[in-house]
Design a protein around this ligand. Structure first.
Ligand SMILES: Nc1ncnc2c1ncn2[C@@H]1O[C@H](COP(=O)(O)OP(=O)(O)O)[C@@H](O)[C@H]1O
Ligand SMILES: [Mg+2]
Length: 224
């Protein structure tokens, strides 16, 4: 049997808004195998981003369990959870979340800062991955001076530079045209062929069907 890199059991995340409760994630069971490329689709508001944030350890569940190689997330000390986020997880956000006043190179280097890598190593690793993603002549550019496709490449470089076993990607092609979408999907597919595990949320069913191994649909916080 394939090695289970992520095991999710009855996962729930509820938000309280005044008198009402939003059930963003409402009883999700899911197992992801090592080396799998999993696609998640679903309408806006169905809980896809919340699920990724829970797996990435960015928020705490209201109930249920997420078990990874390092253990169960809610049982980890904040220090261990921080280490999990820094070493095991790479995240690519829809809105890129780049730091505007820093160069492409510096944005990527910063991802290694919390990894404890020495400065010279940080710089050379960041440079290598940006060159690999076709950004070699944009190292000194700041995000505002780059196109959407280029900014997305920096965001991907920042996630991949840590060489994380698990990559969580939230609507990576939401702001890109067709050509850039395909080249971004190719980057993930190549990284997946080298053994990386990917969970990718996307609106683009065509891309999901072409590149992922399995597609899961979310609706009202559940897998359908
Ligand atoms: N921090 C929050 N506080 C309150 N409600 C939230 C919060 N984050 C997400 N939600 C709600 O949870 C639901 C799922 O959101 P989200 O996971 O962002 O969906 P998706 O990524 O599928 O569009 C939505 O109804 C959203 O409004
Ligand atoms: Mg979302």
């Amino acid at each position: 049997m394939a090695f289970e890199i992520i095991k999710i059991e009855n996962l729930k995340k509820y938000y309280r808004l005044g008198d009402s409760e939003v059930r963003a994630v409402d009883g999700v069971d899911l197992t992801v195998s090592k080396g799998e490329f999993l696609g998640i689709v679903g309408a806006s508001g169905s809980g896809k981003s919340t699920l990724l944030n829970l797996i990435g350890g960015l928020c705490t569940p209201t109930g249920g369990r997420i078990t990874v190689e390092d253990g169960e997330l809610t049982e980890m000390s904040s220090r261990r959870l921080a280490k999990y986020r820094a070493k095991q997880i790479g995240m690519v956000f829809q809105s890129f979340n780049l730091i505007p006043h820093r160069t492409a190179l510096s944005n990527v280097e910063l991802a290694l800062y919390f990894n404890g890598a020495p400065a010279l190593k940080r710089k050379s690793s960041a440079q290598d991955i940006l060159i690999k993603l076709g950004m070699g002549d944009r190292l000194k550019h700041k995000p505002d001076d780059l196109s959407g496709g280029e900014q997305q490449r920096i965001a991907i470089a920042r996630a991949l530079v840590k060489n994380p076993p698990i990559l969580l990607v939230d609507e990576p092609t939401g702001n890109l045209d067709r050509e850039n979408s395909i080249s971004v999907a190719e980057i993930f597919a190549q990284w997946n062929r080298q053994g990386g595990t990917i969970i990718m949320v996307t609106h683009n069913l065509e891309l999901a069907e072409k590149y992922t191994h399995r597609i899961m649909k979310m609706d009202f916080g559940r897998i359908v």
